[in-house]
Design a protein around this ligand. Sequence first.
Ligand SMILES: Nc1nc2c(ncn2[C@@H]2O[C@H](COP(=O)(O)OP(=O)(O)OP(=O)(O)O)[C@@H](O)[C@H]2O)c(=O)[nH]1
Ligand SMILES: [Mg+2]
Length: 305
Amino acid sequence: MLGWISALKNGLKKSSDKLSQGVVSIFTQKKIDQETLDELEELLITSDMGVKTSAKIIKAFGAQKQDKEISSEEICRKLADEVALILEPCQQKLEIDRNKKPFVIMMVGVNGAGKTTTIGKLAQKFKAQGLRVSMIAADTFRAAAVEQLQTWGERVGTRVFCGENGCDSAGLCYDGLTQAIKAQDDVVFIDTAGRLQNKNGLMDELKKIVKVIKKVLPEAPHATLLTLDATNGQNALAQVEVFKQAVEVSGLIINKLDGTAKGGILVAIADTCPTPIYYVGVGERIEDLQEFDAQSFAKSLCGVE
Ligand SMILES: Nc1nc2c(ncn2[C@@H]2O[C@H](COP(=O)(O)OP(=O)(O)OP(=O)(O)O)[C@@H](O)[C@H]2O)c(=O)[nH]1
Ligand SMILES: [Mg+2]
């Protein structure tokens, strides 16, 4: 099996065990009838696919109601097909436009969602493609946050622009971008501080950062990536909605899928709040940040080959 597929399968094991073992226990009669459909719907809801999306999937299943016996593996396969259909429109690539120099990527998300780690992982990938990469440590609240980004910078071999502890983050972005232009960087990552979506002051600060960035480069940020922690389950949906109101979210990165059985949240997001999903994080290693592939994800989530 290809390395990344097995990493994806391992990463989604908690979610797929919950789903496939649930299916085995529901389909003891091995028939799709109303009772089994109701139980399956409940399983999907508890797998964080959301009430509305689960109902939609069950409706598609119900249309195929039949009396002949069916294996639980076949049920999982059908489930994976339905899930893939919902996920497919969100499968999009994060393209770096080489004509935009530097291509500015702003990373946003709640505390601990994996912004800084993801910047490190992506920087490594882009460096390997021969791009000149730098980072701006715009999380000026915490000294540890700057150090964390610097550690990644050293590991990957990229310049990290940082200021005094507690300095104005928008002003820091202005200076950092000016320097990146001079240095002719291809890609600049802006690591913002984690903020809860219900803290209006912090959300306003994000808007201010964008406004100031535009003074240096009117088209920037060229990509705004919202990082989500899959263990947040349904709350991640609310985060997508609120961050979209504050900034122009271009796409999502959904991390920590390895630490939760709530992998179904991607299905809920794709169905109710369609947004490109660029990468999924299934562990802490660099190779655990994978480009999102709807088919492989759906199969891994439902535990089928
Ligand atoms: N298991 C696992 N851990 C992850 C993944 N992505 C990130 N992490 C871990 O999650 C923790 C938080 O990641 P950070 O990158 O510091 O998160 P952040 O969004 O920058 O956090 P703040 O700056 O505090 O807002 C770190 O210990 C990461 O190693 C993942 O896909 N799987
Ligand atoms: Mg951080």
